[in-house]
Design a protein around this ligand. Sequence first.
Ligand code: ATP
Length: 395
Amino acid sequence: MEKRNRTQVFIVDDDPITLQLSRYRLEKEQAYEVTTFTNAEDFLMRLEDNPDIVVLDYRLPNTNGLEILRKINAASEHISCVVMSGQESAEVVVEAYKHGAKNYIIKGEQAFDELAACLQQLNTQYKLRRDLDRLREQVLDRERYWRIVGESPATLQVLRLIQKVERTELLVLITGESGTGKELVARAIHYNSPRKRKPFVAINVGAIPEDLIENELFGHEKGAFTGALSRRIGKFEEANGGTIFLDEIGEMDLAMQTKLLRILQERVVTRLGSNKEIKLDIRILAATNRNLAELVRQGKFREDLYYRLQGFLIHLPALRERDNDVIMLAKHFVKTACEKAGIPLKSFTPDVVRQMMQHPWPGNIRELQSVVERAVLLSDGPKITEEDLIFAPVV
Ligand SMILES: Nc1ncnc2c1ncn2[C@@H]1O[C@H](COP(=O)(O)OP(=O)(O)OP(=O)(O)O)[C@@H](O)[C@H]1O
């Protein structure tokens, strides 16, 4: 059995024989990882290792069981304590239970078997709790991602990845063809993260001319260049405390990639015309529809930046790989288009549904959205028919 699967048990007793016998009895079960301590000081130093169970002698030099129970409770509510002692006064037993002891075992011939039975019971509870935690992690809280429409296995897998990474500070690289919802996913990560009340700043680095990009990202001081009439903060500073989303990162030129790498490593930014470094507390998300590995091979993308961006990958499947999501999304876009136009809800004829399922959707969800919006406008009656469905010629 692997160590991490075993229940961690700490035993504290000033009597080495009791420690040895307890350890011997418990290790027979192979379910426990046992650590022993002969004094309270050494034990308390290791309390932050978060054992699952502590077996405690009531009478210890310089302290007593109640004192230690208090300290354990203050450190964590998840540690179970079992008191094992020769002390038999009813008052002491009651006090121990009041301080959260799960059991009180009186030292004697039967004590080690009693201890084993008691721990077995606690261990079953732990296993159940661990299984429950694991299940909770796997269950998808679908409501939190209500903007992302779709129920196909491919979409649910993406949502599971978002759920795994949203609370971390990891750099996430979102890949996928154009129009697959990369920005939507970046927003879902930010708005479900602890940074949700801070800014989300999206910037399409591929759409900004090379000579303007530094100014756009880093900002400038007054007089930094001709025409810099006042100070302007850049996107990185604007996103400080929150999240920056660097879209089309594969389009960034090499000089800018070097600067970005420095920001990723040092978390500081300098405005143009200034030598003062500004500290950044920022989460970085990036996206691309290009094959970055191929760009590295062609010498167009820095290899070190490429590896830096591999922190956590989320690949968005093309719409044609999302089964029935096509129709779900189409209905969603019909509904929003009709609401926007203030007209009664329209629906598709069966032929339209068939055609939509057969179309390869090279422009993905963006293409579907515009085809549906146009069809809503073109259709005269309550039904959207084949004549209303106009696909853009495939490029
Ligand atoms: N699963 C989805 N549910 C609802 N709307 C979606 C979904 N995926 C994408 N969209 C919508 O489709 C459009 C395109 O999405 P988005 O801009 O996020 O794609 P992208 O992959 O970032 O595109 P590009 O590669 O061109 O930057 C947006 O209007 C977005 O709201």
